[in-house]
Design a protein around this ligand. Structure first.
Ligand code: GLN
Length: 499
């Protein structure tokens, strides 16, 4: 009985459940293996900000005392959550110095659901400060390195959640996605990452970036694992006023249903788009071919209003962020810097507590909301958002799923963005899902020079099941594993997807 860290690293959730039920290993064994894997990988990756070995051990032992098989879907299984999800008694920094010492007195809604499903939360994942970023380089605690190649970015802002799953520290982690922050790191790390329909997963207890765009979702190595975790965290929560009362249909059982007869849309002009890396285009084409071979009907449609998304998103996001971040004043929680008077203390607290990107957005957002500029910026961006919602509802009457890239190119080298704008432009393909509230899934479909490349699928509201069905078909045909192979990345031969 027992399990090595290497064995643990390649187990999916079904195999973990089966092993626990059969008594091949205990939950405590799993935790030991998970922590060992994290211990060896962390010095070079920096995915975890806080570990909770004692809290996790108590939960694991409790799971071991339950009669087997334990019906709870994540009973005794180690997971990690992004550090903007409140965890009772465990430090929660949002990747910021201003919350360096913050220990929440409560669990986020999604964390409660994980715990109710029996999950063992081993730690909190590194992230871009207040989820502002797309690479993981904006964390106040240093960047997360891509486990496939430590010179490359992991993608962000859920950088640590992706990296810890990719190196096999856990099989599943939660991230948050405001403009692509689950899907981009999923794509850069060879993982499956879901941005659910807005309102499907409770945002209660999520450190907000932009409340009308934020959603929590799972990052996993397989499609099935992703659906399993999604089924656990989805559902109505009266404490989140934007939580949807729409009845939830579990997705796990539908994953193997295939795509026969589904209309899969794509925009042929994408392939010639300026700045699109050729392998990213080829990967999309590969995924479309697989869908067609599996019986889907390919439908050519224009990707609506794509050139307006970056501008509209960065105005709306900055406006909401500037309002959401007013609460960090050093009075109620977090770090407080002294000053001669109250206003002086506010200024010092925020001046020393926030990093550059956060300050940039607070200034942009306050400017765009100020009288005289509101109509020109915030109102205009909101109008674009309405157009986008209309355009996508038309599009999704004509196709069931729409396939597009996740990012214009695979993970770039750390520290090489010349300006913040360069990073913002990399969000072009992920933003429409957040601006419309539609669900979107990133999943691996190719590779280039040792780096995974993902594709993205969007579907109608509450149709996450369609996304999983398509991704499962692609996963079968183009098996790019989300797990970084042993010895990687240092002696790793170039990875190619087997088509
Ligand atoms: N890259 C986008 C931003 O910086 C999205 C971030 C996110 O999804 N949290 O705002």
């Amino acid at each position: 009985m027992s399990i090595t860290p290497e064995q643990f690293a390649s187990l999916d959730l079904a195999a973990t459940q089966a092993g626990l039920a059969a008594g091949d290993f205990t939950s405590e064994d799993l935790l030991t293996a998970s922590l060992a894997r994290i211990q060896v990988s962390e010095p070079r990756v920096n995915a975890i900000l806080t570990r909770d070995p004692e809290g996790a051990l108590a939960v694991a032992r409790q799971a071991d005392r339950q009669a087997k098989p334990d019906p709870r879907p994540l009973a005794g299984i180690p997971v990690v959550v992004k550090d903007n999800l409140m965890t009772r008694g465990v430090r929660t920094t949002c990747g910021s110095k201003i919350l360096e010492n913050f220990i929440p007195p409560y669990d986020a809604g999604a964390v409660e659901k994980l715990r109710a499903a029996g999950a063992v939360i081993v730690g909190k994942a590194n992230m871009d400060e207040f989820a502002m970023g797309s690479t993981g380089e904006n964390s106040a605690y240093g960047p997360t390195r891509n486990p496939w190649n430590p010179d490359r970015v992991t993608g962000g802002s859920s950088s640590g959640s992706a990296a810890v799953v990719a190196y096999g520290g856990v099989a599943a982690a939660l991230g948050s996605d405001t403009g692509g922050s689950i899907r981009q790191p999923a794509s850069f790390c060879g993982l499956v990452g879901l941005k659910p329909t807005y309102g499907r997963v409770s945002r209660w207890g999520l450190g907000a970036l932009a409340s009308s765009l934020d959603q929590i979702g799972p990052l996993t190595r397989t499609v099935r694992d992703n659906a399993l975790v999604y089924d656990v965290i989805a559902g109505h929560d009266p404490r989140d006023s934007t939580s949807s009362p729409e009845p939830f249909q579990p997705c796990l059982a539908k994953v193997p249903d295939g795509v026969r007869g589904l209309r899969v849309g794509f925009d042929p002009s994408i392939f010639n788009r300026d700045g699109l890396d050729p392998v990213t285009g080829q990967t999309l084409r590969q995924a479309l071919d697989v869908a067609a071979q599996a019986g889907a009907e390919l439908v050519e449609r224009e990707l609506p209003l794509i050139d307006y998304c970056v501008a509209a998103y960065y105005v709306i996001c900055a406006c909401e962020a500037s309002a959401n971040l007013t609460r960090y004043d050093g009075v109620r929680y977090g770090v407080r810097a002294a000053g001669d008077n109250l206003w002086d203390s506010f200024a010092h607290t925020r001046g020393s507590g926030f990093g550059d990107e956060v300050k940039r957005r607070i200034m942009m957002g306050s400017f765009a909301l100020s009288s005289g500029y509101y109509d020109a910026y915030y109102l205009k961006a909101s109008q674009v958002r309405h157009l986008l919602v209309d355009a996508f509802s038309g599009l999704l009457r004509e196709v069931d799923v729409f396939l597009l890239p996740v990012t214009p190119a695979p993970a770039r080298l750390l520290g090489t963005a010349a300006t913040p704008l360069e990073n913002y432009l990399g969000d072009i393909f992920t933003l429409s899902a957040n601006l419309t509230g539609l669900p979107a899934l990133a999943f691996p479909a190719g590779a280039t020079a040792g780096l995974p490349v993902g594709v993205q699928a969007m579907a109608g509201y509450f149709r996450e099941d369609l996304l999983y069905r398509l991704a499962a078909v692609v996963e079968q045909a183009l098996p790019v594993t989300g797990l970084v192979p042993e010895g990687c990345p240092w002696q790793r031969p170039a990875l190619e997807a087997s088509a």
